[in-house]
Design a protein around this ligand. Structure first.
Ligand SMILES: *Cc1c(COP(=O)(O)O)cnc(C)c1O
Length: 851
């Protein structure tokens, strides 16, 4: 064949349905199932083939399908309904929570930085929980009407598609995303020009083009280095999420943090709050320091004060190795041209983010982020505690529970994760408008009114759909493996729609212990093969391509699933993504999660399951410590720590089997005369009622607004006024406090009996010298409470001591402590610097303890 070129002919949208194009470019459709239906109805098979991507759909659908839809009154009616809902949502005067509650905060933009955004399966720029959380965060920020922008990467090859070969090995396939086929458009600056930002990498400049993705009311700006101005290796720099070596990683983080700030500026934003979701973006703080040092002639320390005041950092990793850190010589290579622009030298630059690790000092992105933010949080109550313990070395002498790292427990975006059948059901019982108040526990009380048969029927329907999906996917896999008809037929019959079906799906990181349930394989076989009450398990999940132990776990499960005694009962479903997740969390009967406590920072997949009426069976780690109430699912193991991993695994496995055998299986198979397991359905309802509001993304973002975004925006205004006068003052004050601190002395003692009865008090006396140095800049307080095993306070309470004059060279302080509960308390007295404008009272980590 002789050809002279290629042409692409795209279908043309008939005027009657012309706005399908506009709608395709707003990810509003990603949580509005009715909007997705408009595309799916055009050609259901094609809709599957394009991975539910409306932009690609409109480029590939046949013209006659479009013409037919445009002439179909029923279709047009649905079209009108969806578009009027869309217009109502996008109305600039729409009544949103944030506009209603904070009308004078509309122009205080929050800039949210994340290395990944999990918005929809058609946009594979996420790897797991962190990305899904970012995507859901943006969606809820849109729903609530926050002035909010996201910043991240548009990876041209994204995260990989997982294929399992016939030996059970994970194969990572990267497909180049054609940006013409995803809902992204070039971002434009206020003059209407496309935006190209540049950063300096060793010996060269790298450019990044900025793309814009519209998520309801809010934009996400995503950078891509695959542009002509770049050298070939730099064009590949943002090709893949978490790909490449350390040098690639730090390059990506430079683009994300430093390039990200430059993009925000080029686009014309002046954010009042900066939120770093995980440490990957921590260089953004350095870039902002540079801006102020260069532009406003602040010193490094002054600029740091100004940056800290309006920056929030959320940490996600309780596993030390999960925290990004770089060797000093690598950092030197990338930043030797940069620290001078910050007004500091190499030592100062390195020390600022220094962490001593067993293999030597490292430049820690978490330390950097903690130092460049005045607000910091973990992502569940337990994770807050773990994070305070992990990072307390940055606040020496501070009781662990007073380390200034708080927590906001993660949640999920209800509308994204709830399948249409359940949305319809909840609408019937929770009432019109329920989606706009999902954070309200009172709303969910009505779940108890759903008749058992109705909830069970919807669940059974979802389960059958899941089983169909599994069979289809397995058959596709068999075709790839070159299998014959016998194996194909077997794949078409796997899973029993009446058997108790357990789901386990998440990243295959080893701490998640995917194979724990195989620990006693004979015991598991008995459960799988019980003739009356069988169980079956569906696994799914990707291992990071460089994680050999994680990949070995996948292989192990796959190979077991091929053995005759597990065939059809243990399934490994390949390519876990948002689509598979949505099917699993609503289609299995029980959601299993057995990480090695306390390694799961929060976890969110179990929240999605609970919302869909699938009870959790989980280790008391992450969010489940808060979610579990004895009625809404089951716990594995105890809330404790073990001497070693082997002991922990053994204890958790025993607990898992016995709860499964003695409680879960009997309850599931206890059927009423109508065939419905009423006791089980009650658990389902309890799971929905108790978890849906508390672990909603709406509740989470409201918490971020009230606990962090609003206070940070207030600090922003205070710190930047008058040429950053307050930042300058505070930096000078801190320097003075650090200087006088070593020469202060504190003495303290108790006056009176140390054995008290409830209602009695004891007087605490303290003397701080020298008096002229401390003045009003230091407060003295008693800290007391029950001790924990580590000789620290479990829940320290604070009694401020009153200044009561002076004695010679000393300032005198006194307080009367009247404990309101009985017990053994330990009490300490400390002095700490005090300034009313500190972001957090304990932020300096200067403590002078008496005695
Ligand atoms: C929710 C979700 C996750 C997070 O799962 P966890 O079990 O909380 O770690 C990861 N991947 C996908 C595709 C998800 O939907």
């Amino acid at each position: 064949m002789n050809t002279i070129g290629k042409i692409t002919v795209l279908p043309k949208l008939p005027p009657a349905i012309a706005r399908l194009e506009e709608l395709a470019y707003n990810l509003w459709w990603s949580w509005e199932t009715s909007a997705q239906d408009l595309y799916a109805r055009l050609d259901p098979a094609l809709w599957e083939a394009v991975n539910h991507n409306p932009v690609k759909m409109l480029r590939s659908v046949r013209q006659d399908r479009l013409d037919a839809a445009a002439a179909d009154p029923e279709y047009l009616q649905a079209y009108e309904r969806v578009l009027s809902a869309f217009d109502a949502y996008m109305d600039p005067h729409a009544d949103t929570w944030f506009r209603r509650e904070f009308p004078d905060r509309q122009d205080q933009v929050i800039a949210y930085f994340s290395a990944e955004f999990g918005l929809h399966e058609a946009l594979p720029i996420y790897s797991g929980g962190l990305g899904i959380l970012s995507g859901d965060h943006c969606k809820a920020a849109s729903d609530l009407g926050l002035p909010f922008i996201g910043v991240g990467f548009l990876y041209p090859q994204g995260y990989f598609t997982q294929r399992i070969d016939a030996e059970g090995r994970q194969q990572a396939e990267y497909e180049k995303i054609d940006f013409a086929e995803v809902p992204a458009v070039p971002a434009r600056d206020p003059q209407g020009n496309e935006v190209l930002v540049q950063v300096e990498l060793p010996g060269r400049r790298v450019f990044a083009k900025v793309w814009r993705i519209q998520v309801g009311r809010i934009p996400i700006f995503l950078m891509d280095t695959d542009v002509e101005n770049n050298a070939p290796q730099d064009r590949e720099l943002s090709a893949r999420l978490y790909g490449g070596d350390r040098e690639m990683r730090i390059s990506q983080e430079v683009v994300l943090g430093i390039g990200g700030v430059r993009a925000v500026r080029a686009l014309g934003y002046a954010p009042a709050v900066w939120h770093m979701n995980e440490g990957h973006s921590a260089f953004l703080g350095l870039e902002r320091v540079r801006e102020m040092v260069q532009g406003q002639k602040l010193s490094f320390d002054e600029a740091v004060e100004a940056v800290r005041a309006d920056t929030l950092f959320t940490t996600h990793t309780p596993v030390p190795a999960g925290n990004d850190a770089f060797a000093f010589d690598l950092v030197e290579k990338f930043f030797s041209h940069y620290w001078g622009q910050l007004g500091i030298d190499r030592n100062r630059f390195m020390d600022f983010a220094r962490q001593e690790l067993p293999w030597g000092p490292q430049y820690s992105m978490t330390v950097l982020a903690l130092r460049l933010s005045g607000f910091h949080n973990g992502v569940s109550r337990l994770h807050g505690h773990v994070s305070r313990r992990m990072w307390r070395f940055l606040w020496p002498g501070t009781p662990t529970e007073q380390v200034p790292i708080g927590h906001i427990t993660n949640g999920v975006h209800t509308k994204t994760w709830l399948v249409q059948e359940l949305k319809d059901l909840y609408l019937r019982y929770l009432g019109e408008g329920w989606q706009e108040q999902v954070q309200d526990p009172a709303l969910w009380e009505a779940v108890d009114q759903i008749p058992d048969q109705e909830l069970w029927a919807v669940h059974q329907q979802r389960k059958e759909q899941l089983i169909q999906l599994v069979r289809d996917r397995l058959q596709q896999q068999m075709v790839r493996h070159g299998e014959g008809t016998r194996r194909m037929d077997l794949a078409g019959q796997v899973l029993n729609p009446n058997a108790l079906t357990i789901g386990f799906a998440r990243r295959f990181a080893t701490y998640k212990r995917a194979t724990l349930i195989f620990r006693d394989i004979e015991r598991l076989k008995r459960l799988l093969h019980d003739p009356e009450r069988p169980i079956q398990i569906i696994f799914s999940g990707k291992a990071h391509p460089a994680d050999e132990p994680g990949k070995a776990l996948i292989q192990q499960i796959y190979q077991l699933s091929q053995q005759p005694e597990f065939q059809g009962k243990i399934i490994f479903l390949e390519n876990y993504d948002i689509n598979i997740a949505r099917h699993l969390i609503s289609g299995v009967d029980l959601w299993l999660n057995n990480p090695r406590r306390p390694h799961e920072a929060s976890g969110t997949s179990g929240q999605k399951a609970a919302l869909s009426g699938v009870p959790n069976f989980s280790v008391l780690d992450g969010w489940w410590v808060e979610g579990y109430d004895g009625t809404n699912g089951w716990a594995i193991g105890e809330e404790r720590e073990y001497k070693d991993q082997e002991t922990q695994d053994e204890a958790d496995a025993l607990s898992l089997y016995s709860t499964l055998e003695n409680e879960i299986i009997p309850l599931f198979y206890d059927r009423g005369a109508d065939g419905v397991p009423h006791g089980w359905v009650q658990k389902m309802k309890n799971a929905i009622r108790t978890c849906a509001p508390r672990f909603s993304m709406r509740r989470m973002v409201i918490d971020y607004v009230t606990q962090y975004y609003l206070p940070a925006a207030e600090k922003h205004v205070a710190f930047t006024a008058d040429g950053c006068a307050l930042a300058r003052e505070l930096a000078a004050w801190k320097a003075r406090m650090r200087q006088i601190w070593p020469s202060l002395q504190l003495q303290a003692w108790l006056e009176g009996n140390s054995e008290l009865r409830i209602g009695d008090g004891v007087t605490v006396e303290a003397r701080l010298r020298p008096r002229d140095m401390a003045g009003t800049d230091v407060v003295v307080e008693a800290v007391y409470g029950e001790p924990n095993e580590e000789g620290d306070w479990r829940a320290p309470q604070v009694l401020p001591l009153e200044p009561v004059g002076s004695e010679g060279d000393a300032l005198c302080f006194r307080g009367r402590l009247v404990p309101d509960s009985s017990g053994q308390f330990v009490l300490g007295v400390r002095a700490r610097p005090h300034h009313p404008q500190l972001v957090h009272p304990y932020e300096m980590g200067l403590n002078l303890w008496a005695g």
